[in-house]
Structures are given as C-alpha cells and as structure tokens.
Design a protein around this ligand. Sequence first.
Ligand code: R5P
Length: 293
Amino acid sequence: MNLFLAMPGNSDLADELALLTASEVQPIACRTFPDGESYVRTRGDARGADAFLICTLARPDAQFLPLVFAARALRAAGAKTVTLVAPYLPYLRQDRAFHEGEAISSRIFADLMGREFDRLVTVDPHLHRYASLDEVYSIPTTVVHSSALIGAWVRDNVNEPVILGPDSESAQWVEDIARHAGCPWTVFRKERHGDRNVQLSPLALDLYRERQPVLVDDIISSGATMIAAARFLMTTGMRAPHCIAIHALFDQTTASELRGLAQSLSTTDSVPNPYVQFSVATPIATELAPGQV
Ligand code: R5P
C-alpha cells in the first residue's frame, strides 16, 4: 500500500500524486508551539505501508526538524519504507570548501537525510561539481527532469528561439531544453563575487540577433544571475527575453525586477509561486508508478 503525506504547503502536489498513482493521502498534523518547537502527528494506519513524505525544501533549515519528526513517527507507526519526495532539493551548491574551515553542507545534509529516509525523489538537482547524487547520497535517489515540459513550451510558444544559460553549470539544462525545443543554445560565463554580486563575461550573440532569447537557469534565488543576463541582452539590441527557472526561490521584489526586464517569467511548481507554468506532478508520478501513469 502506498501512502502520500504532505508536509505544510505541499498538499496540492501530494493530492495530485495520489490521484495520478491511485494511492491514498493521509493527513499529518504539524504546528509550532509558543516556544518555537515543532509538533508533528501522523494519523491513520501506516502499518506495512510504503510512505511518501512530500516536502519541497525551499526553506530547509526551518523544514528539516519537522520532516525528521514525521519520518520517525511514520516508522514508529509501522511504515515499511519512508521515501522523501522533495521536488526542490537544497544544500547542493556548497559542494566543496571554497575557503578554509567551511562546512561542506551538501555532504552533511545528504548524510543527515540518508539516516531518515529509504529513498529520495527529486527534480533537477543542482549538480555542478558532483556528477550525480550518488556521489553524496548513500540512499537510492531518483532524479526527475523538467526539460521536456519546458522544451515543449518553448517549441510551441516562441518563434525562432535561442536558449541562453547564465553560467557554465546551466549548460546541462539549457542543452536538454534546446534539444526538446529544436533550437540553438549557448551559455555565459559567470563569476560570483558575493551573494548578490555576479559578473557575466560578454557573450558574442551576433549569430542569434534575430532570434527570441529565452534565458534558462535551474535556480533563481536573489535574482542577481538572471538579472545580469537580462541586462546584458539589453545592451545587444536583442528582444527582451523570456526568463525561465526550474526552482523559484525568489521573493516578490526580485520577481518584479525581473518582470521589468523580461517578456515573461515562468517556473515549475517545484516551489509553489505565482509564476508557475510547468507542473512536475506527472513526471514525478511516472517515476513513482511506472507503467501506471
Ligand atoms: C548557481 O550556480 C545556480 O545555477 C543559479 O545560477 C544561482 O543559484 C542563482 O542564484 P541568484 O539568483 O542568487 O543569482
């Protein structure tokens, strides 16, 4: 028996996944005590079940403890396995110590998660210096890709596109999306000088001057990266870009600034936000219940 349980803010995705895989959704109660501690209670029968906890981790520090409490409560209630479905998987960008004494948070976080879950399912994780999640996660992991959804949208909605990535690590997503859209692609080179301070090297775009730029990155957080790329495009005389991110970690101020530079801003629903254009529910459900969706 498969059981889906939504951590706070994840019930839309949990309901959709349960519907697509003909599984049951069980309630889980989470609240915060006046002193800030977390209360978690699972309800219903979990004995012998394969439990799927749905929790996108856009604010991982606050979400981590309640998630651990939920996983442990499910095991105590007799669940056979506990899988985490985290459409956005955090703590992958610190993949080495850039300065002496820095914690390599990607490894530590993966170690902690590996102690709590039997399996991890996620969407387009930020793999830069790691070739795969197996380099950091000891539990089985399943990676779902959103490039087919995004590429199909570009193919069907944008005339003569060129897909542009703002840095070298975006090439993996940019190339795949361009393949689905059937169009050319290239990427900038980026140097990061601070959380909100990035510099892009000028990119020769003469070949694509008449094309519609579509800027794609896996994550928009402060927006500095995407904004720098959109500003560079203004200097080339090309049309204002469509901006697409897989994971939306940005706030409303960043979104407004980007909207002022772009024709459109769109994201997947890996992190719920007002600019969702692509749903990752079907690709996730297809992985969870192959042959059934
Ligand atoms: C980093 O390497 C990612 O691919 C994104 O480019 C980055 O996380 C975006 O961050 P921000 O919006 O803060 O520039």
